[in-house]
Design a protein around this ligand. Structure first.
Ligand code: ADP
Length: 663
């Protein structure tokens, strides 16, 4: 019971306390601090994109500027180079007509009459031819004052200048007017472009007799200047391209011509009567004061752009201008490289950022898992702590309850002792009454018998006196029997109870009553399985069976059928054995049944029963931890039942006869 009660209360105590507190407070808040790693936010990517666009634009611009600057440096170098080569190449031809004009034969030819001249001509032609060959010019010719070519280095060739009139040519006009002339033009006979130098031939009086002209081809210059990715041109005073590394550009105009300029050019037949057309190009912007970016749609070559860096500087001679056009493809390539580099760097950075994000995310996940584990641990620890606290609490509660129970038990025991004490007094009272009654009568009888005996002695009737004395003796014996019964009732029962054979106890009782059973023809049925044991004390158990069997024999004595049956049940699951003794007697009187186990309750005639048998029996049985009950059977007769206690825990607890209850 103690255990059951404790369990019930344990459950109650547990329900009264929260078993697992929700994981609140310190651990969870601490955990939230670094649990979520969200990666790079959208604005981070947007900022990176803006940075990328800005950096790429700056890098592309920077690459462009650097490349164009380098190109400009190259252009300046080229201009220097071309100016120098122009000066050296053409400079050496510039002096040729002056030298030829000083030749006496040439002057003489111009001063001679037509007939004289005819004779002089072969020598002059030969001279001119020799000069032309030695100098390496295109042609050398002598022009009279009217502009007719009278002698020429190519006098004997199909396209000979001899006989042609060049009076309209500016170089001739300039030579006659100012002593020397110079211009780029296309040969009217040959149609071959060239540079013309002319010098006047003066007579003795200083008058201009005519002029000597040298035509120089610029083919060699052009092919020397030709460089991949570049174009080099020389523009004359009219703005017309006269030297060009691009053959189709020759004699195109770098600037728009007015109608008057066109007419003047036509008149001079400078460009062999060609309509000078403007070159197709567009200025895209100035780079610096010496360079500008131009788009030349006709200059597209395989893999090249039409965008050129254009630089110019005045030519060493005349009003010409040298121009170089430098392809910006290289700059474009530099731009692409810069762009690719920046893109690559950003791509690597972005990849690294992604990797870092992934890595940090993985770390965050790991931390999260660790945190979860830690929290679970915390929870577990909290739970364990709470459970331990609950258990400690329950334990303390149990201890308190045990103490309370012990106190209650002590109180109960004390109360019980009081009750027993009160019961004892009652029993003593009853006993006193019973004993008074039981002893008074024989005492009165003894008194009377003694008085009568004295009278018989006085009357000298010793026989009667002796008879009286014998009766006194018998009365004293019955009184002694009474006291011995009382002694048995009061006797301290044995203390130890053990497993005792029920069958043996029954056999003992049967032996005691053997003669009576036989004499009174009582049928005795005993159904007790061999080896059936009950927890009792051997001699006391025998006394109990003897008492019950004796009562049963008394009950059946006057009955028609005299049957007594004793039986024992199989031990139940807890080892309890039920013993019954039935008889075919009249049964127990109802008024007796209620007080059956009280002392001095008897229906038997005086001298046959004291009414102590069942009182003693019930007390012995209680001492066994067993219970005794009596009832009348439906089929007639009485049944006494003893429920023997189970072996085990009760043994030490209740196995001793409580001497305190002893009378
Ligand atoms: P006693 O045998 O001295 O009378 P007990 O205490 O043994 O004292 O019995 C008390 C009374 O119980 C008996 O007088 C009798 O009336 C009744 N009694 C006991 N056993 C039986 C029984 N087997 N059948 C009927 N009555 C019985």
């Amino acid at each position: 019971m103690t255990h059951d009660g404790t369990h019930a209360r344990d459950g109650g105590a547990g329900a009264g306390h929260p078993r697992i507190a929700p994981p609140v407070g310190g651990p969870s808040t601490r955990a939230n601090v670094h649990m979520r790693y969200k990666g790079i936010p959208w604005w981070g990517w947007a900022a990176a994109a803006v940075l990328y666009v800005g950096t790429a634009a700056a890098a592309v611009e920077f690459a462009w500027i650097r490349a164009i600057d380098a190109l400009a440096g190259l252009g300046a170098h080229r201009l220097e180079l071309y100016a120098a080569s122009l000066k050296s190449e053409l400079g050496r031809f510039e002096m040729v007509p002056a030298l030829v004009a000083r030749q006496d034969s040439v002057r003489a030819l111009l001063e001679a009459s037509p007939d004289e001249a005819r004779g002089m001509l072969p020598a002059v032609n030969a001279y001119l031819e020799a000069v032309n060959r030695d100098v390496g010019s295109g042609a050398v010719d002598v022009i009279d004052a009217h502009g007719s070519v009278i002698a020429a280095s190519n006098w004997n060739q199909p396209g000979s200048f001899v006989g042609t009139n060049v009076s309209y040519r500016p170089y001739f006009k300039d030579a006659l007017a100012r002593g020397r002339g110079r211009f780029f033009g296309i040969g009217t006979n040959t149609g071959i472009p060239g540079l013309y130098f002319a010098n006047a031939v003066h007579g003795a009086k200083g008058t201009a007799l005519g002029a000597v002209a040298v035509k120089v081809s610029v083919d060699a210059l052009e092919s020397a200047w030709r460089t991949p990715g570049e174009a080099a041109i020389v523009v004359d005073g009219n703005g017309v391209i006269v030297i060009s590394t691009e053959p189709e550009w020759k004699f195109a105009a770098m600037r728009a011509m007015t109608a008057q300029q066109q007419r003047d050019i036509q008149a001079s037949r400078q460009y062999a009567g060609r309509i000078v057309e403007a070159l197709r190009y567009r200025r895209a912007g100035d780079w610096n004061e010496a360079a500008w970016i131009g788009i030349f749609p006709d200059l597209r070559r395989a893999g090249r752009t039409t965008r050129f860096l254009v630089m110019s500087q005045p030519a060493p001679q005349g009003h010409d201008t040298i121009m170089v056009l430098l392809d910006t493809a290289g700059a474009r390539r530099q731009q692409r490289i810069a762009f690719a580099f920046v893109t690559g760097v950003f791509l690597i950075a972005a990849l690294y950022a992604l990797y870092a994000v992934q890595r940090r995310r993985a770390i965050a996940e790991k931390l999260k898992a660790q945190e979860a584990l830690r929290r679970a641990n915390d929870r577990l620890e909290t739970t364990v702590a709470q459970r331990t606290a609950a258990l400690t609490h329950a334990n303390a509660q149990m201890q308190r309850e045990i103490a309370e129970r012990e106190r209650t038990e002590q109180r109960l025991r004390a109360t019980q002792q009081e009750v027993v004490h009160a019961g004892k007094l009652a029993v003593i009272g009853q006993m006193a009454a019973g004993l008074t009654h039981e002893l008074n009568q024989p005492l009165v009888a003894i008194r009377t018998l003694c008085d009568n005996a004295r009278t018989y002695f006085e009357r000298n009737q010793p026989a009667q006196a002796m008879a009286n004395l014998e009766r006194v003796g018998r009365l004293v014996d019955s009184m002694a029997a009474l006291t011995s019964e009382l002694k048995a009732f009061a006797r301290k029962p044995a203390v130890e109870r053990v497993a005792v054979s029920l069958g043996e106890a029954v056999a003992h009782a049967r032996l005691i009553y053997d003669a009576r059973i036989r004499d009174e023809a009582v049928r005795l049925d005993v159904r007790i399985a061999p080896g059936t044991t009950v927890y009792a004390e051997s001699s006391q158990l025998q006394q109990v069976i003897v008492n019950l069997l004796g009562n049963a024999l008394d009950a059946v004595r006057d009955a028609n059928t005299r049957v007594i049956a004793m039986a024992a049940s199989e031990p139940d699951t807890q080892g309890r054995v039920r013993f019954t003794i039935d008889d075919s007697g009249p049964g127990i009187a109802p008024e007796v049944l209620v007080h059956l186990f009280e002392p001095f309750v008897t229906t038997k005639p005086r001298g046959q029963g004291l009414g102590l048998g069942l009182a003693i029996t019930s007390r012995i049985v209680e001492g066994f931890g067993a219970k005794i009950a009596a009832a009348n059977r439906e089929e007639g007769g009485a049944r006494f039942t003893i429920e023997f206690a189970a072996a085990g825990p009760q043994r030490t607890e209740h196995g001793r006869w409580d001497s305190g209850t002893d009378c």
